[in-house]
Design a protein around this ligand. Structure first.
Ligand code: ADP
Length: 452
């Protein structure tokens, strides 16, 4: 097993990985920008290396700086966390070429599945249903118009290399196509370095259901159940739960089997997620994430496995020591992503935490790098805490979530806790009756209520 692991990330996920390593007897190296010198992930690591100035491009996204830090600290392996360099195939290649182990999938899998068009083709060849749409990227707005006329409006145009909900537009009719295409392509070009777009049928009321996969280097693949991530704003997840309240046992079985088979067919290793839209009893693949996800914690809570530990073990070549039949699911888990943002406008609101008090008690987990006196820097993602709650069933989980949110104090910072508090009181949410569009309407209603 590795002796020393460098974590190429910051915030809660850096702490999450450190904790798993400590329990495995692996010492950790934190990297940080000058803006993060006082950050918790630096304080708690065995060693730390400053890798550059505040902008992520010059620090957390600077592959050479990260590799130098690994070299001078004598690390054996590098865990990328999520975001930053996690889905950068060139970085994964460089890590291996420099003699370190990349704690994640092979660079080829990152590359192939990171291109959403190639990913769709790959899983389609493995017999998995995808959202109907163009065969690959379209040739400009005219190509998009042609495909849309065939599949029928409304359609969704999406960036081939997209992520984080960017470079995506719903197009209701042919008159809107040119403007929408140009705007999405422009956004995709600046965010992902390619303006290539593809077209998909727009699904009117689906749920987002995704399956967690874990695979070792010896061909063993298991799934760890599904997560429902339909509560989204701007196509970004806000709340996730496991299991999905929308699936019956047969559908659950079916999607787990489909995702496991897909991972096996492509020869995948490490953790990974197959994302689907689910509507009228049908699953449609949308994309695969070749990394640990923010919402991995809800899966851990219902199956009792430490996903980071498993990820580190399989990266080291250790075979999985359990099979699908050994995995048991118990109870229900919900995660709230708490961001330092105005709950109505979602504008980032960095600031200083005067007083921090995290909720606790049975079934309550808080993954956060906050502490009293911490100044949230304005340079990075605005997520400051994940509140993950587990209960014997969904109802117990909801009651626990409500009381945990009421206990949570992040004084001095404007956060989305009030929005989550409203959400746990909403009857549609309590009934599990929501689709991917529901949250936008609810948040708009909550904003109007707050203003009146
Ligand atoms: P990204 O890679 O940017 O996260 P995804 O392809 O995963 O993009 O889609 C993000 C979200 O956008 C989905 O969870 C869903 O809510 C919405 N979405 C994506 N494709 C469609 C579609 N064809 N119809 C309706 N909504 C969609």
């Amino acid at each position: 097993m590795f002796e020393k692991l460098l974590i190429a990330n910051r915030g809660e996920i850096a702490l999450r990985i450190q904790r798993a390593c400590r329990e495995m007897g692996i010492s950790t190296v934190a990297v940080h920008s000058t803006a993060d010198a006082d950050a918790m992930h630096v304080r708690l690591a065995d060693e730390s290396v400053c890798i550059g100035p505040p902008p992520a491009q010059e620090s957390y996204l600077n592959a050479h700086a990260v590799l130098s830090a690994a070299a001078i600290s004598n690390a054996d392996a590098i865990h990328p966390g999520y975001g930053f360099l996690a889905e950068n195939a060139d970085f994964a290649t460089m890590v291996e070429e420099h003699g370190f182990t990349f704690v994640g999938p092979s660079p080829e899998h990152i590359r192939r599945m990171g291109d959403k068009v190639a990913a769709k083709q790959t899983v389609q060849e493995a017999g998995i249903p995808v959202v109907p749409g163009s065969d690959g990227a379209v040739a400009g707005p005219d190509g998009a118009l042609e495909v849309a006329a065939e599949i029928g409006y409304p359609v969704m145009i999406k960036a081939s290399l997209g992520g984080g909900g960017r470079g995506m537009r719903m197009v209701a009719s042919a008159d809107e196509m040119r403007d929408a295409y140009n705007a999405a392509s422009h956004e995709a070009q600046s965010a992902f370095g390619s303006g290539a777009l593809y077209v998909e049928k727009y699904l009117a009321n689906p749920r987002h259901v995704e399956v967690q996969i874990l695979a070792d280097q010896h061909g063993a693949v298991v799934h760890l159940g599904e997560r429902d991530c339909s509560l989204q704003r701007r196509h970004q997840k806000l709340v996730e739960e496991a299991p999905s309240p929308a699936l019956n046992p047969e559908q659950r079985e079916e999607i787990g089997r489909i995702a496991t088979e897909a991972a096996r067919r492509i020869g995948y290793r490490s953790v990974g997620t197959f994302e689907f839209l689910f509507q009228d009893g049908q699953f449609y693949f949308i994309e695969m994430n070749t990394r640990l996800q923010v919402e991995h914690a809800v899966t851990e809570m219902i199956c009792g496995l430490d996903l980071v530990r498993e990820m580190v073990r399989v990266a080291d070549g250790t075979p999985l020591d359990f099979g699908q039949e050994d995995i048991r699911f118990f109870g229900h888990a919900i995660e709230c992503r708490i961001t330092a943002e105005d709950p109505e406008t979602l504008q980032p609101a960095p600031g200083t935490v005067n007083m921090y008090h995290a909720p606790g008690g049975l079934g309550v987990r808080v993954d956060s790098a906050l502490y009293s006196g911490y100044r949230v820097p304005p340079y990075y993602d605005s997520m400051v805490a994940k509140l993950i709650v587990h209960g014997a069933n969904r109802n117990e989980c909801l009651m626990r979530l409500r009381r945990a949110l009421d206990e949570f104090v992040i004084d001095g910072l404007t956060t989305t806790i009030p929005l989550h508090q409203r959400l746990v009181g909403a009857s549609d949410f309590i009934n599990g009756d929501y689709d991917i569009h529901w949250m936008e309407g609810f948040a708009a209603g909550a904003a109007a209520e707050a203003a009146s």
